[in-house]
Write a protein that binds this ligand. Structure first.
Ligand SMILES: *Cc1c(COP(=O)(O)O)cnc(C)c1O
Length: 429
């Protein structure tokens, strides 16, 4: 009876019977994968609760401060909880950090001085970081302050190029930047274990180098974080995984006492550091978001796996593929044709709780060399832990999709994407 009602809802929302049946069949085969994800979520959930209890997190912490924000006990408790969850000495978790790029920029500029060199041993850094570092000339970049950058690409098979990494380390090498997620690149996402391998290799050559991990999209996907395999700093955005969909803004940096102290002096001011920064009533959402983050991340992962299985079965290339183990929440599907990515994005948008009536269209986004189409109907503007999709309108016409605060929503989004593709006659069944 209850499945009939569910089916009736889907049909009312525009899913046709064939799409519904196809998706149900695919989903039925994913039980084992989902169970595995639930186990990881459970362990991470308990880890977060344990950290909250150990910090004696209390109702009085949920309010906020104004002005300078001195002695903000809630802010301090949240930072203690983050440090505990990520296994680090200290943490900086602030709504004054405007986004992930800002958090990364703080971590870099706080810990580097003129003459120092950054090394990325995993290929190209995230697009926005190219501006921060000055790979792409930009005002205020680290390059303008005399900081240099080197990069060693991964080998064609995705392995580290240890030989060239070794050759690239010199007396100026001060900081290693390791991006965990593939982001919108073609390389594989790195597992925490692999990140640990490259850190160990580098620290054996130069023990005092700072290893920083751009942890965006990777938090809570595995049982441990890169900070537990030797990273001195892990950095990310609160409108992705660790904000659990509730944090309305913010970024985090977890790491050694010294690195975090430097970051705090850079974020606020030398001499002030962590002592200032009013929480303005946002602490509740940041803390409750962290509490929800393990299961929200699990929901997004299930959605990604569902999508990979649906589209692979229909003959499209998916990255990661339907069976591969997962190290971040991003799913790419290569559609090969602009009409297909347009229809896919229309479906994601049509399934949203907010702005479902909007039709996404490709536009000229600043900083991109082709038009980009985006679908998002989020409670928090731009939050990519909420179900969202984007695609550059160029070969190989791949759509990148991520998020979903709940699995049923992610599933509905994917079903709707297929529905739009079917309605436009873009695939033959
Ligand atoms: C999202 C992301 C960032 C930071 O992006 P913001 O949009 O500034 O939050 C950095 N690195 C990676 C890999 C990301 O996915």
């Amino acid at each position: 009876m209850s499945t009939d009602k569910l089916k009736e809802y889907y049909l009312q929302l525009g899913i046709d019977e064939k799409v519904y049946n196809f998706c149900s069949e695919v989903e039925a085969n994913l039980k084992d994968r989902f169970e595995e994800i639930d186990k990881i979520a459970e362990q991470n959930q308990i880890k977060v609760i344990k950290a909250m209890q150990e910090a004696r997190f209390a109702e009085e912490h949920l309010g906020g401060t104004t002005g300078y924000g001195y002695n903000d006990a809630g802010r301090e408790a949240v930072e203690e909880i983050y440090a505990n969850v990520f296994g680090t000495e200290d943490a900086l978790v602030r709504q004054q950090i405007t986004c992930g790029t800002h958090a990364l920029a703080i971590a870099l500029s706080a810990n580097l001085r003129p003459g120092d060199e950054i090394l990325s041993p995993v290929g190209k850094v995230y697009d926005t970081l190219e501006g921060v570092i000055g790979v792409r000339p930009s005002k205020g970049s680290l390059a303008e302050f005399g900081i240099t950058y080197k990069q060693v690409d991964l080998l064609p098979n995705g392995d580290f190029d240890f030989e060239n990494i070794k050759k690239s380390i010199n007396e100026n090498t001060k900081l290693i930047e390791i991006q965990r997620s593939k982001g919108y690149d073609v390389r594989p996402t790195l597992s925490v274990e692999k990140i640990g391998e490259v850190i160990k290799f580098i620290k054996d050559i130069k023990p005092d180098v700072i290893c920083m991990v751009d942890n965006c999209y990777g938090e809570f996907v595995e049982l441990i974080e890169p900070s537990q395999v030797g990273a001195d700093m892990v950095v990310g955005s609160l409108i992705k995984n660790p904000g659990g969909g509730l944090a309305p803004i913010g970024g985090y940096i977890c790491g050694t006492k010294e690195c975090i102290e430097n970051c705090a002096y850079r974020l606020t001011s030398p001499g002030l550091g962590k002592e200032v920064g009013a929480s303005l009533g946002v602490t509740r959402d940041i803390a409750q978001g962290l509490f929800l983050a393990p299961t929200v991340t699990a929901a997004a992962l299930k959605g990604a796996i569902f999508a990979a299985n649906i589209y692979e079965k229909l003959g499209f290339k998916t990255v990661p593929d339907s069976k591969e183990s997962r190290h971040d929440i991003i799913q790419a599907v290569e559609f090969g044709k602009p009409e297909l990515i347009q229809a896919f994005c229309e479906g994601i948008q049509a399934a949203a709780p907010v702005d479902s009536f909007v039709t996404p269209v490709p536009w000229d986004m600043p900083g991109y060399d082709s038009q980009v189409i985006m679908a998002a109907g989020a409670f928090v503007s731009g939050a990519s832990i909420e179900l969202s999709a984007d695609a550059p309108m160029k070969e190989p016409y791949a759509v990148y999709f991520q998020g979903g605060l709940t699995y049923p929503h992610a599933k509905f989004g994917i079903m709707m994407s297929l529905q739009k593709i079917v309605e436009k006659g873009l695939i033959v069944w």
